[in-house]
Design a protein around this ligand. Structure first.
Ligand SMILES: Nc1ncnc2c1ncn2[C@@H]1O[C@H](COP(=O)(O)OP(=O)(O)O)[C@@H](O)[C@H]1O
Ligand SMILES: CC(=O)N[C@@H](CCC(=O)OP(=O)(O)O)C(=O)O
Length: 341
């Protein structure tokens, strides 16, 4: 079911929209060429693991197939379905999958899109957007987040921790800014608008050693309750929860697998960020601006990357518009600028 919806339907629509601009997008899944390997991820409720079915967490990424597509000028559209070493196929969260892929590709920037103006400080009571926050601040906020914002922010935190571990990270600041966008009119405003230059509020703050959120977020409790109650829910719950909660030993075993996996992709312990000015961050480009996008080690092919990026933005802008959102915000996660390591 998950494969059918995510790969057979959602992915095909996105690929189709992008390809109205040319032969750019190629659809694939995390299963293909062993791109993503996952382990079962339980929900945590009151410190106890609750099995919610074939939901996984990416523990290993082989980016070779994606890299090959990029090098050939394509835009890979990767559905968040991953193989497990136990021969199961896991449904992984798209934002967490994107974060893991960005890390494996050594990407210079991770951008996650959302249907609201940005990360709200006191949602659902207020829509005041947090413009910028540090990894520590985000880690503290994480357990209180819910719905789609939780995996987005968890993905940001993981990418930050991985990107800034063992190397100088000049712009290691989370920026959550909205590029509010109205798609209501016929001529949509740019949604990749220029971001504010990050301040020097906290570059180089120490990332958390384990960015995996706590044992017991509000969202986990909600999902587990849905699964246990067997009630149909939103799409997420409807296919996330298969099967009954399992005995504690099994849940604990799943957890052990999860911990092992987190170790493979997570932050290496002992890292200390380096104090660097934060001003090296490039502003997000506006559509059509053929910015040369290099990865952090400066190894991207400049011309091709610039062309693909510019085309890709126009195509993505259209694709997102076609999905019918009235407003699309994006949450800038990591933006490293040039790394000296
Ligand atoms: N602090 C928060 N700030 C903004 N949105 C939040 C927050 N906490 C929870 N949310 C919810 O998260 C949603 C954004 O995630 P969404 O874009 O729907 O994710 P996805 O579609 O990728 O699952 C918002 O519409 C809102 O309902
Ligand atoms: C485990 C998990 O979260 N799976 C997600 C995969 C797709 C996804 O992440 O879609 P959104 O970003 O729109 O939520 C799901 O089943 O909905």
């Amino acid at each position: 079911m998950v494969r059918m919806v995510l790969t057979g339907r959602v992915q095909r629509e996105l690929v189709g929209h992008i390809n109205t601009h040319g032969p750019l997008a190629v659809g694939m899944t995390g299963e293909d060429a062993h791109t993503m390997t996952a382990v079962r991820r339980p929900a945590w409720v009151d410190g106890r693991a609750v099995d919610i079915g074939l939901v996984g967490d990416v523990v290993d990424v082989n980016p070779r197939a994606v890299r090959t597509l990029l090098e050939q000028g394509h835009i890979p559209v990767v559905s968040p379905v991953a193989r497990g070493e136990d021969a199961q196929v896991y449904n992984v969260n798209a934002d967490l999958a994107a974060s893991a892929l960005a890390v494996a590709l050594d990407a210079a920037r991770l951008v996650v899109l959302t249907d609201v103006a940005g990360l709200y400080a006191d949602w659902p009571h207020s829509t005041e957007v947090i413009e910028q926050l540090t990894a520590d601040e985000l880690a503290a906020l994480l357990p209180g987040l819910a719905a789609g914002m939780l995996p987005k922010m968890e993905g940001c935190l993981r990418a930050y921790a991985a990107a800034c571990t063992g190397r100088t990270c000049s712009t290691a600041v989370y920026r959550t800014h909205c590029c509010g966008v109205s798609w209501a009119g016929t001529a949509p405003a740019p949604w990749f608008c220029r971001s504010t230059t990050p301040t020097s509020r906290a570059p180089g703050r120490v990332p958390p050693e384990d960015p995996t959120p706590s044992q017991g977020s509000r969202e986990d409790a909600r999902v587990a309750a849905r699964v246990q109650g067997g009630r149909p829910g939103r799409r997420r719950e409807a296919h996330a929860g298969r099967g009954e909660p399992v005995p504690q030993e099994e849940a604990a075993a799943a957890d052990r697998r999860g911990e092992q996996g987190t170790h493979r992709l997570g932050a290496r312990p002992g890292h200390r960020g380096t104090q660097q000015p934060a001003s090296q961050s490039a502003a997000l480009p506006v559509p059509g601006h053929a910015e040369v996008v290099e990865n952090a080690r400066g190894t991207a092919t400049p011309l091709r990357a610039g062309r693909v990026y510019a085309q890709g933005q126009a195509a993505l802008q259209d694709a997102v518009g076609s999905l019918g959102h009235d407003e699309v915000g994006h949450v800038g996660a990591i933006e490293r600028g040039r790394s000296s390591a």
